[in-house]
Write a protein that binds this ligand. Structure first.
Ligand code: FAD
Length: 435
């Protein structure tokens, strides 16, 4: 069955409808692009495979939705993994301040917390989704739920709104029918948290239409270690510096300061999630090194050890670390230092003390991988950016095809950046498609 959804270029009570647009995916990006395009006069249909819109949005920010980040643009771009320049135009056209104005304009007061992170005052992600739904309804967006798009093909020979034959159109096949559209926005998200509906369908659509897909990998995800120590499981460390080191060159590749946590299979917590995004694409031969005393340099820490040791010369080594380290880390450090735990401190040699010092400044672990998409906050990879116009998000290969949100190969650290990427790219696509 092939049926056209709505006649093109028609006059309605809302004025002249310019284009008949299909948005695939009713998540953050899809909803926002639909609102924008419909606001500019396009006839917009959103196909969402779930029974409701924004399933992933509900769980963002632990249900509070960190809707954007109000840091400056340069800092924003530093938080982006990979090619941040691609986003410059979109972020400048729809800034974090615009996001705040948009949602507050829809009656959702926002507040700014530590690290410029912005949340609804109500601490409810559902308020953000409701605002988007209200805006979509007010702009006449047609929301179609429980309808998964199965394929998208170019319908060459379709009739353009200007009545030209041979213009580019699209044949969109869903679980329930086949529809024709003038333009299509792909907003199907990535592959992370697939239970929310983001299973990577959009990559297949884009690939079928000729686009390259940078292999998607899980990011903002726990890091797995080759030999996780059961003694450390559950240990949480604060104020540490975690470095990712190249096993080959010994070079420090990435560093983060803050909190981390040992799990049964490896490590997690804010600094680890953040680092996972940096190394997601290339996990080979990477070592995690934890500086347990980043506030002290080697010399200062050595002085401290010397002082502690000389004040407690008869104390056994195994009983000497309580003030330096959390309790559950002590047996691990003792074993790795190779110092006899029973000897008194005045018997610890200079070389042994040096070994302890090195451990405290760089407790290393071999990285074996990361957790999977089921526990990854975002996906790194997706539609290759060089094939997309950064101003309009239109495909450079297929006129009339647009991208927005996590489907493109642009992702960032936690802190509201990923949703801002969704809003900004959706604004660009929605503006261009509706123009
Ligand atoms: C636990 C968690 C917490 C997060 N917290 C934050 C946060 O606080 N701040 C932040 O900035 N970012 C956060 N993120 C990241 C953020 O949620 C995503 O980057 C953002 O949702 C991406 O938006 P999107 O619209 O591109 O994709 P999604 O939100 O994934 O939406 C894609 C939609 O497309 C639909 N779909 C897919 N395929 C089809 C198909 N074939 N047919 C029809 N519909 C389809 C899906 O059902 C889905 O509804 C979080 C992510 C997770 C998993």
């Amino acid at each position: 069955m092939f049926r056209a959804t709505e006649p093109q270029n028609i006059k309605t009570e809302r004025g002249l409808i310019l284009y008949n647009i299909c948005v695939v995916g009713g998540g953050a990006a899809g909803l926002f692009a639909a609102c924008r395009a419909a606001g500019l006069g396009a006839a917009v249909t959103v196909f969402e495979r779930n029974e409701k819109a924004g399933k992933k949005l509900y769980i963002t920010g632990k249900g509070r939705c960190n809707v954007t980040n109000l840091c400056g643009v340069p800092e924003f771009l530093r938080s982006v993994y990979g090619n941040s320049k691609f986003l410059l135009s979109a972020i400048n056209s729809f800034t974090p301040a615009d996001t705040v104005a948009f949602f507050e304009g829809l009656g959702v007061p926002l507040k700014t917390e530590r690290g410029d992170r912005v949340f609804p005052v109500s601490d409810k992600a559902s308020d953000i989704i409701r605002a988007l739904q209200v805006s979509a309804a007010a702009n006449g967006v047609r929301m179609v739920f429980n309808e998964r798009v199965l394929s998208i093909k170019r319908a060459l020979g379709a009739v353009s709104p200007e009545g030209e034959h041979g213009a580019n159109g699209f044949k969109v096949t869903t679980e329930r029918g086949v529809y024709s559209f003038d333009r299509v926005i792909l907003a199907t998200g990535g592959k992370s948290y697939p239970a929310t509906g983001s299973t990577g369908d959009g990559y297949v659509f884009a690939e079928t239409l000729g686009h390259k897909i940078v292999p998607p990998v899980p990011a903002l995800v726990p890091i797995l270690l080759s030999k996780p120590d059961p003694l450390l499981q559950g240990l949480s460390l604060k104020n540490i510096r975690a470095d990712i080191i190249s096993a080959g060159s010994g070079k420090v590749l990435f560093s983060e300061f803050g909190e981390m946590l040992f799990t049964d299979k490896g490590v997690s917590g804010p600094v680890i999630l953040s680092l996972s995004g940096r190394i997601a694409r290339d996990l080979k031969d990477k070592i995690l090194s934890v500086d347990l005393k980043p506030a002290l340099d080697f010399e200062q820490l050595d002085k401290r050890l010397l002082r502690d040791f000389s004040e407690n010369i008869n104390k056994q080594y195994k009983n000497s670390l309580a003030e330096l380290l959390p309790k559950s880390l002590i047996p691990h450090v003792i074993i790795r230092s190779g110092i006899n735990p029973e000897i008194p401190l005045n018997k610890v040699t200079r070389e042994e003390r040096q070994r302890l010092l090195n451990l405290l400044k760089g407790l290393t672990f071999q990285i074996s991988g990361t957790g999977g998409f089921a526990e990854a906050v975002i996906t790194v990879g997706g539609a290759e950016l060089s094939e997309i116009n950064p101003k309009t998000m239109e495909s450079k290969l297929v006129p009339g095809l647009y991208f927005c949100g996590e489907i493109i190969d642009a992702a960032a650290e936690t802190g509201g950046f990923n949703l801002q990427i969704a809003w900004s790219t959706a604004f660009a696509a929605g503006s261009a498609v509706g123009a």
